[in-house]
Design a protein around this ligand. Structure first.
Ligand SMILES: [Zn+2]
Length: 730
């Protein structure tokens, strides 16, 4: 292994015989795929595929036969398991060529090409449910045992250059051939097979505007060949690197860290509102030296207009980004907003023109015409997607596209995919069918929900509840540790559900844990800044944070405890709403605020002066905020009563003093959980529904009030108290 490392400077050599030699042939393919996918310079997330033709016993005849194991549709090479590989009877797969060749109209983009994808299922070996991808013929029709098809930056750079055929020859001699761009399918497989028939010594092919494919009869040799070819291309590019002259040199300067953050915090909610008028988007700000060198460069406007080249890239980045020509050193923020508004308008019009010019009679309807990548000199790259994972991958893909352009412009002139070809990928009926098979979006998909008080009790239960609805959940709490613990729970339990279909990406960024002290405006502001930088904006806020300070034995409450009760229960929600208002208004998108008050707000009784009056004030705060924040944001109150289970408001000593107060029998040695149950049962008997009130009951209402199910309700206090007639509001 050490010998190999010296040979490779631009890729990671990861093959380990000690690991590989313990594996069966299919697991060796899985292993090879994982280590290829582990290096972004070899292939992008979700991109590329691998195959092995393996001799196996046919369960039907007991005979030895060849089975094509090939990476199936969806999933990522790095994280692939055996289940991600389709298995096809080789002889049956090869017989499909007869069917294909018999079709009267055949060739790239013909109907028979798309129909072939369904035929692969008839050739399945071993009842394997994994779906074959459109790239299957690229593997099946190549008469070598092992095939790797990758999307390496260095090879795409060659494939996206004006003189790609000449460069392929110059860099790889006779070893590697070249095929012009064509949409993957059965025809492309046949084109490759013919190439190999004409020149049996070929070890691989550069695929125009696309990537690399190569083969060998030994799997380790195939892996090493893949790395060797990529290394060769990368070295050639390195020798031609333009250094300071890259992208025509620098035109603009980067803002310093603080100034950049200050602008982004102001800009992102505004921008999110601009791109989210039809569909809400979640943002990712991507700033690296390389991205800054690109956005600040002289050539950025020209290159951005050409768009991304690799089809895998532009399915997420759209055919091109929006570049905004703004001088951060000389021009004002207001001018940036003005330029963005005009730029977006032009972009949408341009996208519609592209759709109208390229569409076919059976094309799917036009999709959201907003850009998913926005480039701003001095600031960096801002990507938008339907969730955090998607916007992250979009940012990753465009930064890979930047590397492709850097390399291509170093060795030649960068070229995009012709618009019609781009369209035929973007609006491919097979892609549309994939989108249609996806489950419908959940209630809080595309939304950011902040739960303040998420470290314990109702807040924690609410964080879990809204996460189930697809929300990006900001778990905020006075205790940073508790906030992060809840966020971590969410990432572990449901993070997977927020991944991106078809890429194998799971659980990145569905939850965030942040500290906040709601009695302190600076602390609240800083929390919102972090949320904006993480997601680009906010949608719903649910405040469950509250405090109950028991009076002393004589029934008195000190002035500072009185003040603290009001600071947390009344002033806190007000300050949160007041700071959030600016963000909601900048976005111009509908939102919701839920404040947790209490049934105590309506019931006068002895011994909880501060708490009860503060909650009565909170009830009225809800009404005033509903007026103040209309029509953009709905504000409602959730009034729980006596939730004993898991509540931080009921520590052991409070439970015991309540049991004593209500003359309920208990034993000092009983666990807190058991004591709480006794108290909860007692409370339940006082209600009209005679049932204990749980955290889940409160979380459900917090969710419902925030959801579209209550879209016509604002300024209301909803009690979840089991039915306490003394607490009826009137
Ligand atoms: Zn590909």
């Amino acid at each position: 292994m050490t010998i190999k490392t010296e040979k490779f400077e631009h890729v990671n050599y990861l093959w380990d015989d000690q690991v590989a030699d313990q594996l069966d042939p299919v697991e060796r393919l899985r292993y090879r795929s994982n280590i290829l996918g582990a290096d972004q310079r070899i292939t992008n997330t979700g991109g590329g595929n691998t195959s092995s033709k393996v001799e196996m016993t046919d369960p039907l005849t007991g005979e030895k036969i060849d089975v094509l194991w090939v990476k199936g549709s969806g999933g990522d090479l790095r994280t692939s398991t055996r289940a991600n590989f389709a298995s096809l009877y080789m002889d049956k797969f090869l017989s499909l060529e007869n069917i294909y060749n018999k079709a009267e109209v055949r060739g790239v983009k013909t109907e028979i090409e798309d129909r072939m994808v369904d035929m692969y299922r008839h050739t399945t070996f071993g009842l394997n449910p994994a779906a074959s991808s459109i790239d299957t013929p690229l593997h099946g029709l190549i008469p070598f045992r092992h095939v790797d098809h990758m999307h390496p930056i260095s090879v795409i750079a060659i494939a996206a250059s004006r003189d790609q055929e000449r460069l392929t020859q110059e860099i790889f001699d006779e070893e590697v051939g070249w095929v012009p761009w064509q949409r993957p399918g059965f025809d492309l497989g046949q084109v490759m097979k013919q190439k190999l028939q004409q020149d049996p010594d070929l070890k691989g092919l550069v695929m125009g505007q696309h990537g690399l494919i190569n083969w060998a009869n030994d799997d380790k040799a195939c892996y090493e060949l893949t790395l060797t070819l990529i290394e060769k291309a990368a070295r050639y590019i390195e020798q031609h690197d333009k250094g300071d002259k890259t992208f025509g040199g620098q035109k603009y300067k980067t803002l310093d860290e603080n100034a950049r953050k200050e602008i982004l915090v102001k800009l992102l909610p505004k921008l999110r509102g601009m791109v989210s008028q039809a569909n809400r988007f979640i943002g990712t700000v991507h700033v690296t030296e390389s991205v800054l060198q690109f956005v600040n460069s002289l050539d950025a406007p020209r290159l951005a207009e050409i768009g991304t080249s690799c089809p895998d890239h532009f399915l997420r980045t759209k055919i091109k980004p929006l570049y905004v020509d703004w001088d951060s050193q000389k021009e004002s923020y207001e001018l940036l907003i003005d330029k963005l508004e005009k730029g977006l308008e032009a972009y949408r019009a341009d996208y519609k023109a592209y759709y109208d010019a390229c569409k076919h009679v059976d094309s799917p309807a036009m999709r959201d015409p907003n850009p998913t990548v926005i480039l701003i000199p001095g600031l960096g790259l801002i990507a938008w997607g339907k969730n955090k994972s998607e916007s992250r991958v979009t940012a990753e893909f465009y930064s890979l596209a930047i590397e492709v352009m850097r390399a291509s412009e170093a060795i030649s002139v960068y070229q995009g995919l012709p618009r019609q070809e781009a369209f035929d990928i973007e609006y491919w009926l097979l892609e549309e069918a994939k989108l249609k098979r996806m489950p419908p979006e959940k209630e809080f998909a595309r939304s950011v929900v902040i739960v303040i008080g998420a470290g314990s009790g109702i807040g924690k239960a609410t964080a879990h509840r809204v996460a189930k609805e697809g929300a990006h959940v900001v778990c905020a709490d006075l205790s940073q540790e508790a906030a992060q613990a809840t966020a971590q729970e969410l990432i572990e339990t449901i993070g997977v559900g927020i991944g991106i279909a078809g890429t194998g990406i799971s659980g990145c960024g569905p939850a965030l844990g942040l500290a906040v002290d709601i009695t302190n405006r600076t602390s609240i502001r800083s929390m919102f800044e972090n949320v904006i930088l993480a997601y680009g904006g906010i949608d719903n806020i649910i405040i469950t944070a509250g405090i109950f300070v028991p009076p002393d034995i004589q029934g008195y409450i000190s002035d500072d405890k009185w003040a603290l009760t009001y600071a947390i229960n009344v002033t806190g929600p007000y300050l949160v709403a007041d700071e959030a208002k600016k963000i909601w208004q900048a976005q111009g998108l509908k939102g919701s605020l839920v404040v947790t008050t209490s049934a105590n707000a309506a019931v006068a009784k002895q011994g909880s002066f501060a708490y009860d009056t503060s909650k009565a004030a909170a009830n009225h705060l809800v009404r005033e905020l509903a007026i103040e924040l209309s029509p953009l944001v709905r504000v409602n109150g959730l009034a729980p009563a006596t939730v004993v289970e898991g509540s931080s408001m009921f520590p052991r000593d409070r439970v015991i003093s309540s049991l004593v107060k209500y003359k309920i029998k208990f034993d000092e040695s009983e666990s807190t959980v058991s004591l709480r149950e006794k108290l909860a049962d007692f409370y339940a008997q006082r209600t009209l529904t005679k049932s204990p009130i749980t955290l889940a009951d409160q979380a459900e209402m917090a969710y419902l009030l925030s959801s579209s199910k209550f879209s016509k309700t604002t300024g209301q206090i909803i009690s979840v108290d089991g039915g306490l007639h003394e607490a009826f509001l009137r």
